[in-house]
Design a binder for this molecule. Structure first.
Ligand code: ADP
Length: 260
């Protein structure tokens, strides 16, 4: 099986990291990466030293989100890679190791080999938090990562849609199985604020995440609206969490304060 090939001994590179937080989602496209990177920035703005590790082998988007596309990995020494630095965050991505077009067609062993390298050979230095942008889903690779990475806990991103919630539930079950505490859910694309009347419009349904969260005794850390600014700033390599003029930035900061 694939999982047998994913060996993550977590020796060198994790030693100086106080907390590793896995950011996961039951399915793709719910805004996991966008939320992970803004949460990382919110923690950094609270005064923490933060790194973000993009382990999303199916669609690494952290380089784009941090404005680092095309950057070349640099060696720290003959064994380790240096993390990149952007927006006061340290960053490493599977996307720096392979062209993004190739990642989606990776076979299990190739993906796990590259994940091993990222996990074990990045010279993070001292960090308060390492935010790990997990591959979406609850397959073998995700399960093995959650088992082998010495995580303090996991945050699950979902949308209010029934399908996404059903998959988020599978995520909770996966983390329970490997004894990684679920620190909370974040409901992304929670509602759309109408530009005309200012009323929140619950495009994808209402109260789904909070119902799921109650059932499992975990908090909802944030309800993030579906907002054009979030998509636009992402595409420009800017972080909305850093934009103090944007009301949404406060939402990420509140979630970060609960986590910290
Ligand atoms: P995932 O990591 O779950 O696959 P992404 O973070 O890559 O999802 O987001 C998918 C797309 O949705 C991106 O184009 C992103 O800019 C957009 N997006 C994510 N969250 C929001 C939001 N709250 N409002 C508007 N667009 C969003």
């Amino acid at each position: 099986s694939i999982s047998a090939k994913v060996k993550l001994p977590s020796t060198y590179s994790f030693k100086q990291i106080k907390h590793i937080v896995l950011v996961a989602s039951g399915k793709g496209g719910v805004g996991k990466s966008t939320t992970a990177v803004n949460l990382a920035s919110a923690l950094e703005q609270e005064g923490a030293q933060v790194g973000i590790l993009d382990a999303d082998i199916y669609g690494p988007s952290i380089p784009l989100l941090l404005g680092l596309q095309g950057a070349e990995p640099k060696a720290a020494d003959d064994k380790n890679l240096l993390p990149f630095e952007a927006h006061n965050l340290k960053a490493q991505s599977i996307g720096f190791l392979v062209p993004s077009d190739d990642a989606t067609v990776w076979r299990g062993p190739m993906a796990s080999g590259a994940l091993n390298q990222l996990m074990n050979e990045t010279a993070w230095g001292e960090l308060d938090y390492l935010i790990v942008d997990m591959p979406p889903g609850t397959g073998d690779i995700q399960l093995t990562m959650s088992q082998k990475v010495p995580a303090s806990g996991a945050v699950i991103i979902t949308t209010p849609q029934d399908l996404a919630l059903a998959d988020a539930q599978k995520g909770i079950a996966m983390f329970n199985k490997v004894n990684v505490p679920v620190l909370g859910l974040i409901e992304n694309m929670s509602y759309f604020l109408c530009g005309h009347c200012g009323e929140p419009n619950h495009v994808f349904g209402k109260d789904g995440a909070v119902t799921l969260a109650h059932r499992h005794g975990v908090p909802v850390l944030a309800n993030i609206p579906l907002a054009i600014e979030i998509r636009e700033s992402s595409e420009q390599g800017n972080l909305i969490a850093k934009d103090n003029a944007a009301k949404i930035s406060e939402t990420y900061k509140t979630a970060a304060r609960v986590l910290a």
